[in-house]
Write a protein that binds this ligand. Structure first.
Ligand SMILES: Cc1ncc(COP(=O)(O)O)c(C=O)c1O
Length: 385
């Protein structure tokens, strides 16, 4: 019965060209990966500073596994709250220039847990969202049951109009990403912060793709634009530049106390593994010192963007290490991805619902581990479609 029902649904997904399948990777997520026994240059990972498999991080994790094993074996509010969690939270709060921090098992869970705790369906609060915000931000917003107002992507006129429309709400939560995950462009954070403060909106900034990559010591884009003190709530993830797993949110001590009491995604889940905490403490030390890695990733991103533009490919408004090649049709995105695969290059086609229907693309994600040879190989086959 269930299978019959699902066959129909899967067939309809397949017929519209949107069927998703899993690829089996048999190697570490480095600049080169092995898929089905064959090596590919990997342009699909968030391992931005090339720290996956870093020996110092590995040793920190192993020494804690020897002492604590793999798991905290309980939620934080029961018996899973280790001194390691508190040490990491304190260091991450300091890194983000905020009073306090709270860890979650993933960045996705962080966003869902924060928004759904803060906003409710009572009429006094509302959410203001960039249209292209990440699924985890949308899911948190929908789960909260609160009223959602959407403004056009990175359009500050549209944001201001929306802020005016929401003046009757006592608490307005304006949510955006610093570097957008599918487009690689920036929220103009100075204007964004100015407008939100003008209309008394609380700012929640997701720095998943900018932490480690932008700003002094990799603090993020808010630091890069000098607006860190205007951001009320900042979200980061350990799964990208830190090359680990887990998410975190930083803000005032009162805000974190509130989440400990009200965030179901924090309360009803097992605490982040002690090995991850130890690894993250070491990764944070390394991230701060990674000026050369940051130089490499910015320099290679700039080179690739210029060369793709020279080929007259549409890389939209990217300003970062995430470089989309917008093809509009799914068929063209898949054709490029296939050409690349044949040449030993892996860069996936991204389609609806991850991006809007007419915005299919190949998404290239660079790391400091990529070389000019790697991008030459990409360029050799990318333009032919
Ligand atoms: C903007 C943004 N926020 C949050 C997340 C979720 O982070 P995680 O992979 O740690 O769950 C992602 C993941 O891709 C993301 O792109």
């Amino acid at each position: 019965m269930l299978d019959n029902f699902l066959t129909e649904r899967l067939t309809s997904i397949k017929d519209s060209g949107l069927l998703r399948i899993l690829r089996t990777v048999q190697s570490a997520p480095a600049a080169t990966i092995t898929i089905n026994g064959k090596e590919f240059i990997n342009f699909s990972s968030n391992n931005y500073l090339d720290l996956a498999g870093n020996k110092e991080i590995y040793k920190s994790a192993v020494s804690i596994i020897e002492k604590y094993g793999f798991t905290a074996a309980s939620s934080r509010l029961v018996s899973g709250n280790l001194s390691l969690h508190e040490e990491l939270e304190s260091k991450l709060a300091e890194f983000k220039n905020k009073e306090a921090c709270l860890l979650f098992p993933s960045g996705y869970q962080t966003n869902v847990g924060v928004i759904s705790a803060l906003i409710s369906n009572e009429s006094e609060s509302c959410i203001i969202m960039d249209k292209l915000n990440h699924a985890s931000l949308w899911d948190g917003a929908k789960l909260s049951g609160g009223r959602i107002f959407v403004y056009d992507h990175c359009d500050m006129n549209s944001l201001e109009k929306t802020l005016r429309r929401t003046s009757k709400y006592k608490m307005k939560l304006a949510i955006t990403e610093s570097v957008f995950s599918m487009d690689g462009d920036f929220t103009p954070l100075e204007d964004f912060a100015l407008l939100c403060k003008k209309y008394d909106a609380i700012i929640m900034l997701d720095e998943a793709h900018s932490t480690g990559v932008f700003g002094k010591e990799g603090k993020g884009l808010a630091d890069f634009f000098g607006v860190e003190d205007k951001i009320d709530i900042t979200v980061g993830t350990l799964s990208k530049a830190f090359a680990l797993q887990g998410g975190f949110v930083c803000g005032s001590k009162k805000f974190i106390d509130f989440l400990i009491n009200k965030s179901r995604a924090f309360i009803y889940t097992t605490a982040v593994s002690p090995a991850i905490c130890a690894a993250a403490l070491k990764a944070l030390e390394i991230v701060k010192k990674s000026e050369e890695r940051r130089y490499n990733i910015h320099s290679i991103s700039k080179t690739l963007k210029t060369k793709l533009s020279d080929l007259e490919l549409d890389t939209s408004k990217t300003q970062s290490q995430i470089i989309p090649i917008i093809t509009r049709s799914i068929a063209n995105a898949e054709k490029i991805a296939l050409n690349l695969l044949k040449e030993g290059v892996y860069a996936p086609a991204i389609k609806h619902p991850t991006v809007p229907k007419e915005q299919a693309r190949v998404r290239i994600s660079l790391t400091s581990g990529h070389t000019l040879n790697d991008i030459e190989k990409l360029l050799k086959s990318v333009g032919i479609y």
